[in-house]
Design a protein around this ligand. Structure first.
Ligand code: KG4
Ligand code: ZN
Length: 337
């Protein structure tokens, strides 16, 4: 059973061919970083145009790599939410055309559930229920996952996403875009306890507050740079990385206690962070599952893989399927109060 996956929700164009939800036959990814670098962020219109230029080339490349043709495909899966509307439309229009031409089912996939699925390509797979930590440039979510159809948001950011904080702090520090990998690398050579940055626990009034705030931490870096321009970049990177990641880990542990679950899947672009991987894996009370490093960033394999359970349930979409900028996962009622 072969699913053809398409991912165009942000600044990576990717096509994948995945067999039975587990075996990746091909997953070429074309990153647009060079096009967005000078703007220190993704420019939606540039992203859409680049997806349009590359999607057919990547289709040919993926089929060639997997030694398959369109007649071998059983279904077409595509990210249709959440993401940049124009960028999503390129992928969805392509998937609809392929699905119609081949007369094979169309499956719209939530990008964030796709990220969680990226840990399911490992030989050691988590079982349900598990706590999901989705950390990317656009999202910071703590979720309880009882099945692929039953996911509840327990905590989220009230301002910047954690990846966005890395990117913005890199801009403040005059480093390159995207900031996450660069800060991570420089942090390895710095002292994480050298610069006092504010605790960002946001315990708030509610005892079980699993929400995050990253804007204060970002501002603290800005003030530090202004007041002490001689600050060693490596030390500031290490101190920022520790502050940004420690809170993620600590809230995950608290949620695991509250839900009586010890299985944790950490996924999304920020799950590539080396300090994050180290502290989550060091906790022997947790059973931690992380995607392979080549699957942490946006890719179509996670979309094609995730669509496999929908295929098995015969839950398909129609050709009038829409695209959505916002996430449609349910919130626990306490999260936003
Ligand atoms: O999941 P992703 O590829 O795209 C979105 O769906 O947003 O995540 C991209 C984000 C960027 O903000 C990038 O700076 C961050 O992931 N990132 C990292 C690392 N590698 C990528 N953040 C911290 N440490 C890293 N090693
Ligand atoms: Zn993503």
């Amino acid at each position: 059973m072969i699913i053809f996956g398409i991912e165009t929700s942000c600044d990576e164009t990717s096509i994948a061919l995945v067999e039975d939800g587990t075996r990746i036959l091909a997953t070429p990814v074309l990153s647009q970083i060079d096009l967005h670098k000078e703007y220190f962020g993704v420019v939606p219109e540039i992203a859409s145009r680049a997806h349009l230029e590359n999607i057919n080339l990547l289709t040919d490349q993926a089929l060639k790599e997997a030694k398959l043709s369109f007649t071998d495909i059983d279904a077409f899966a595509v990210t249709n939410r959440p993401g940049l509307i124009g960028a999503l439309m390129i992928g969805v229009a392509t998937a609809k055309a392929y699905s119609y031409a081949c007369q094979k089912p169309l499956i719209g996939v939530n990008h964030l559930i796709g990220h969680l699925y990226s840990a399911f390509f490992n030989a050691r797979k988590p079982s349900f229920p598990f706590i999901g930590v989705i950390v990317s440039g656009g999202h910071t979510l703590l979720v309880r996952v009882d099945s692929w159809d039953d996911i509840l948001i327990k905590g989220t950011t009230i301002d910047d996403a954690v990846g966005e904080a890395f990117d913005k702090v890199a801009k403040i520090m005059k480093l390159e875009y995207p900031g996450g990998p660069i800060i991570d690398k420089l942090a390895e050579k710095g002292d994480p306890d050298s610069i006092p940055l504010p605790a960002i626990h946001m315990y708030g009034k509610k005892r079980n507050n699993f929400n995050f705030t990253y804007s204060g931490l970002k501002t603290a870096v800005l003030y530090r740079m202004a007041e002490y321009p001689e600050t060693k970049t490596e030390d500031l990177c290490a101190s920022f990385r520790k502050a940004a990641i420690d809170v993620l880990y600590q809230k995950t542990v608290r949620l695991c206690h509250a839900e009586q679950i010890n299985r944790v899947v950490v996924a999304g672009g920020v799950s590539a962070n080396s300090y994050l991987r180290k502290i989550f894996l060091a906790d022997k009370n947790l059973n931690v599952f992380l995607p392979e490093p080549n699957l942490t960033a946006d890719n179509a394999a996670m979309i094609a893989g995730c669509a496999f359970h929908r295929f098995q349930q015969k839950k398909f979409d129609f050709l009038n399927m829409n695209v959505y900028a916002k996430n449609d996962l349910k919130y626990d009622t306490g999260v936003l109060s």
